[in-house]
Design a protein around this ligand. Sequence first.
Ligand code: OVV
Length: 406
Amino acid sequence: MKITTLSHEQARIEAPVSDFDPYADETLNNPYPHYEALRELGPIVYLKRYGAYAIARHAEIDAVLRDHVTFCSSAGIGLANFHTEEPWRKPSLILEADPPAHGRTRKVVAGLLAPASINKLRPTFEQEAELLVDRILEMGRFDAVPELCAAYPLKVFADAVGVPAEGREHLLPYGDMVFNGFGPFNERFKERLAAAQNSITWIGEVCKRENLTPDGFGAQLYRAADEGELAPEEAPMLVRTLLSAGLDTTAFTLCNAVLSFARHPDQWALVHANPSLARQALEEVLRYESTFHSFYRTTTREVELGGVLLPEWQKLLVFIGSANRDPRRWERPDTFDVTRRASGNLAFGTGIHGCAGQMMARLEGEIVLKALAKRIKSIRLEGEPVYHYNNSVRGYDSLPVSVTAA
Ligand code: OVV
């Protein structure tokens, strides 16, 4: 093989240029054919509407996420570059930080959310899932978003953090704004930002020590500050991280699970027949209909990626929702198959920024799916799902369904 060194000029010419708009309603309605087209264009493409490069194949995404030195997070994981543009809120101390600063805060939050600590929540989480299943069976026909998918994390996760019951309606709109912020500053984001001012105020208040229950994750973060593991002003910021990242995501994951099973009754039959498949089935939901679809990294130096030379401080769009459908990595990627090995999917990212709450998310998902599997024979769609448009996460506002008891 002849080894050649690309000059800047050659390298730029070799990146296919695309007019693709990842944030158009039409794209979000069904992004998968668009992802396929992007993957086929090449290992990396240039999105001229946004002035950003994009990667949609599993291999490049995995490599980029593992190289946090070259592809940093401190410039923001949306399109805005925090070095040149003012962020809409103070940057997250974990998500929008690089080593060494990232390591210390990440360690404290990872400790809270480690399996040993969250497994203690299992009995409570199971009880809450049973109560919700009782209710939906009684209703028979209902909207799965408010009655199940949103209700569950709004109860169990918000309780676990220790926020008051009153005002929890602010949690999802706040997270919605945060996740819109992982795209461009478009009309969608501007509208939600304008509409969510009261939610921003509420979040600011509940992150304070005096507004948190004494036994939750929030209080534990303040105790970590008492012990010198965190600076005093870092504790409320990390409570904010839990409340930003932990509600919309799990609510939408449950939406994607319910819809996937309603559309694939043969797959539900397998989980119903064998509820111990719940955890593995959840993993396949995360692969097949990933919740978090896209975000950015920023280059810290000139670097070659997929044969293209990227300049320093270049925004790079990473489509993890596409990596999870890449035929280079998965057999029959567009088939929802709960019997497959879906581990290795990038739904929670990978590398040092891999989701710190992923074990919590899996615990919630597994418990809900298992509770449903044990008692519900069929899940039927009874009307058109109402999609919730967001710049980076996929979920629903309404899922009219009916269920029948086992
Ligand atoms: C992973 C994630 C999503 C949203 C917000 C944050 C993290 C945060 O750290 O605030």
